[in-house]
Design a protein. Structure first.
Length: 222
């Protein structure tokens, strides 16, 4: 039996287009892959949070209400750049939810983690706008697992892939706290690939450029 999914779009985007419906949107090209995705580096083990400490970057604070959390499984095998890219891919995804809770589609927090006017920028703004326009926020937990970082085929570019689990999260009205009716769009798992680029002006900072998603995708298999 298919199960419900969240009231707005946790899945969208291809490398070239964003074609969505107002709720439960899907990628127009679900089989398109970002080059290099799914190819995990096998160098020294590193945790994104550990590598993020002491890098001298003044990152904006990301905060959530007590009834919501967003967790990321650590990257088990990657180099220092891969760990940094994974850390800021995590920050990018969290910054979108932060902007939703703040009710700000033009949030400076998510803009800190994107290439301006990129597809990742459009993805973030669209996500926030949809929730804000409907008066929705999330409650519960969004869990990201099976986090991998691609091999460094191009200097300063990595693809961070992971599986997002919606099953413990739900939508609610921001003002009243009333639960948003569920929609049934299939699997609660969404495979993400986020193309990250090293910032030219701040050493150690990585910014999202493209986002590709697929509901029930290969990153979530097994």
């Amino acid at each position: 039996m298919n199960r419900r999914t969240l009231p707005a779009l946790t899945a969208l985007a291809t490398a070239t287009t964003l074609l969505l419906t107002a709720c439960g949107g899907e990628s127009a090209k679900p089989d398109e892959k970002i080059p290099g995705a799914g190819e995990s580096s096998a160098e020294a083990s590193a945790s994104p949070s550990e590598k993020g400490e002491g890098d001298g970057i003044d990152r904006p604070e990301i905060e959530f209400p007590d009834d919501f959390k967003m967790t990321f499984e650590g990257v088990k095998k990657t180099d220092a750049d891969g760990a940094a890219a994974a850390r800021d891919a995590e920050n990018y995804m969290k910054s979108i939810q932060h902007a939703i809770f703040e009710g700000d589609p033009e949030s400076a927090v998510y803009k800190f983690y994107i290439d301006p006017m990129s597809e990742a920028h459009e993805y973030a703004k669209f996500q926030v706008t949809q929730y804000v326009d409907h008066g929705w926020v999330l409650t519960g937990e969004l869990r990201q697992s099976n986090v991998k970082v691609s091999e460094p085929k191009t200097e300063g570019v990595r693809v961070v892939s992971f599986c997002s689990d919606e099953s413990k999260a739900a939508g609610k009205e921001a003002k009243t706290g009333k639960k948003v009716p569920d929609k049934d769009f299939g699997s609660p798992y969404i495979s993400f690939e986020v193309l990250m680029k090293q910032a030219k002006t701040q050493k150690g900072l990585w910014r999202a450029s493209k986002v590709k998603t697929e509901r029930g995708g290969s990153q979530c298999a097994g």
